[in-house]
Design a protein around this ligand. Structure first.
Ligand SMILES: [Zn+2]
Length: 246
């Protein structure tokens, strides 16, 4: 694919970049969305049975098992070429922040470090009473108990209706207010605060780039849109940026 030179020079010149990812990038690694994962024994469940704080209060074992299932799906998947390209990009941009709505942990596994996972990560757990992060023992009770305080563990993800952690939202929003470039990579749910990012970036005079197959609020507000999946073009952009090819 021939990429516009203005787009490439924006990547080359950027000093402060925010990249936003979500379900589109997970899909490139073959990870099922919440609804796609409702198959087999899970087919008759509803989001209210599996992914709300009320569901956890009612039946913590079921909620734990659902996220355990999704954790295994994520563990079997491999980071895509776009995940790896983001790691290279992070090394290249002086101030860089990755903001992801994905819970699969693939950014972390591929090596991204400057990151806000707004929805948390299915690979981590925290205890209900004190929020201790940590490991758990597969043997014994379901859900397992915190090794530090004995409180039951839950997945360290944002359940439906809980809202994002305030410090994550403010860190991500501040980075968008201060960036010179924001890239929306792949399909992303238009939830606040992420749905506000194009407007915040516009007020900050930041260049807005979208690489995604379909139209969205992000593409409507973009200075540059590349209408394809991230894997088709993003690794090529980064290779170009790093002088590994034209
Ligand atoms: Zn604890």
């Amino acid at each position: 694919m021939i990429l516009p030179s203005a787009l490439l020079s924006q990547f080359r010149q950027s000093q402060r970049m925010v990249v936003v990812t979500g379900g589109g990038l997970s899909a490139e690694s073959g990870i099922a969305s919440f609804r796609q994962a409702l198959t087999g024994p899970w087919a008759n469940y509803d989001v209210r049975d599996l992914a709300t704080p009320q569901a956890y209060a009612r039946n913590p074992k079921l909620v734990w098992q659902w996220y355990d299932f999704r954790r295994q799906l994520a563990e079997r998947a491999a980071p895509s070429a776009a995940h790896h390209a983001l790691v290279d990009l992070e090394q290249h941009i002086p101030e860089f922040l990755l903001v992801s709505l994905a819970i699969d942990g693939l950014h972390w596994r591929s090596g991204s470090r400057d990151m806000v996972e707004l929805n948390g990560c299915v690979q981590r757990t925290r205890c209900v009473e004190n929020g201790h992060l940590g490991d758990w023992d597969e043997e014994g009770e379901t859900p397992p108990r915190c090794q530090r305080c004995g409180s039951p563990l839950r997945p360290d993800v944002v359940l439906l209706g809980e809202g994002f952690a305030r410090h994550d939202v403010s860190r991500a929003t501040r980075a968008v207010e201060q960036c010179d470039t924001i890239l929306f990579l792949g399909e992303i749910s238009a939830l606040d605060p992420v749905a506000q990012f194009p407007f915040i970036a516009q007020r900050a005079n930041a260049c807005r780039i979208v690489i995604a197959p379909d139209d969205s609020v992000f593409s409507l507000m973009a200075n540059h849109t590349v209408q394809t999946t991230p894997g088709e073009v993003f690794p090529q952009i980064i290779a170009h940026l790093l002088g590994k090819g034209d």
